[in-house]
Design a binder for this molecule. Structure first.
Ligand code: HEC
Ligand code: HEC
Length: 187
C-alpha cells in the first residue's frame, strides 16, 4: 500500500517534471520518428535501393522535401501520409533530427569510377565532393537506383518541385544520367 502510493507519487512527479522540461518536445519527436526506421533503416541504411538515405542529409533539404510531400508539391503516396502526421514546425524538428545523424558508411567493394564530364556542372550546387550544402542536397553515396529514378523523374516531368533540375536533367542523355548515377553511388 505504502509502496503503491509512493510509486504513484513518483510517477505523478515525473509527469509534472518532464512536462515542464523544454526537452520533452524533442523527446516526443524522437519517439514519433521511430516509424521512419521501418523504411529508412534502424542505422541509417535504407531497407531497399528505392528508399533514400536521410541520416546526415542536409537539414534544409530534408525540411524542403518533407514540406513538399506535406503540400503535395512532391508526389509519393507513402511519404505524403507520413509527412501529414506532423505539422510544419514539427517537420522542421524531424529534419534537424535526421540531419544531425551520421551518414552511414559505404561498403565499397571496388574503386570509385572516374567522374563523367557531364557531372562537372553539378558541383556548383551539389558541391565539389557532392556532399551537398545550403544550395543543394548530398548526392554522394545515394543508391544507383534512387539517383537514376530521381534524375529520370526530373527529366520526365514527374518530379516538379524545383525549377532548375528538370532542365538540367533533360539536357543529359539517358546514358549520361546512368553514368552520373553510377559515379555518384560509388562515392
Ligand atoms: C513505407 C516506407 C517509408 C516510411 C515509413 C518513411 N519513408 Fe521516407 N521515403 C520512402 C521512400 C520510398 C522515399 C522515396 C520517395 C520518392 O521517390 O519521392 C522516401 C523519401 C523520403 C525523403 C526524401 C529524401 C530525398 O533524398 O529526397 C525524406 C526526407 C523522407 N523520406 C523522410 C522520412 C521521414 C522523416 C520518415 C518518418 C517520419 C519517413 N521518411 C518514413 C519510404 C518511407
Ligand atoms: C543550380 C543548382 C543545381 C545544379 C547545377 C544541379 N542541381 Fe541537382 N539539385 C539542386 C537542388 C536545389 C535540388 C533539390 C530539389 C528539390 O527541392 O527537391 C537538387 C536535387 C537533385 C537530385 C535529387 C536528390 C534526392 O535526394 O532526391 C539529384 C539526383 C540531382 N539533383 C542531381 C544533379 C546532377 C546529376 C546535376 C548535374 C548534372 C545537378 N543535380 C545539378 C540544385 C542543382
Amino acid at each position: 500500500m505504502m509502496q503503491k502510493s509512493l510509486a504513484a507519487c513518483v510517477f505523478g512527479a515525473l509527469i509534472v517534471s518532464t512536462a515542464a522540461l523544454p526537452a520533452s518536445a524533442a523527446d516526443d519527436i524522437e519517439s514519433r520518428v521511430q516509424l521512419c526506421a521501418g523504411c529508412h533503416g534502424q542505422n541509417g541504411v535504407p531497407i531497399n535501393s528505392a528508399t533514400p538515405i536521410i541520416w546526415g542529409q542536409q537539414s534544409n533539404y530534408l525540411y524542403k522535401e518533407l514540406h513538399d510531400y506535406h503540400s503535395g508539391d512532391r508526389a509519393n503516396p507513402f511519404m505524403a501520409s507520413v509527412a501529414k502526421m506532423f505539422t510544419l514546425p514539427e517537420l522542421r524538428q524531424v529534419a534537424d533530427y535526421f540531419a544531425a545523424k551520421q551518414w552511414p558508411a559505404a561498403e565499397h567493394t571496388g574503386t570509385p569510377g572516374e567522374a563523367p564530364k557531364s557531372a562537372e556542372m553539378c558541383k556548383a550546387c551539389h558541391q565539389p565532393n557532392f556532399v551537398g550544402g545550403a544550395p543543394a542536397p548530398r548526392l554522394a553515396g545515394l543508391s544507383y537506383d534512387y539517383l537514376l529514378t530521381s534524375m529520370n523523374n526530373f527529366a520526365d516531368g514527374k518530379r516538379t518541385n524545383n525549377l532548375d533540375m528538370p532542365g538540367f536533367m533533360k539536357a543529359l542523355s539517358e546514358t549520361d544520367r546512368e553514368a552520373i548515377a553510377h559515379y555518384l553511388a560509388g562515392l
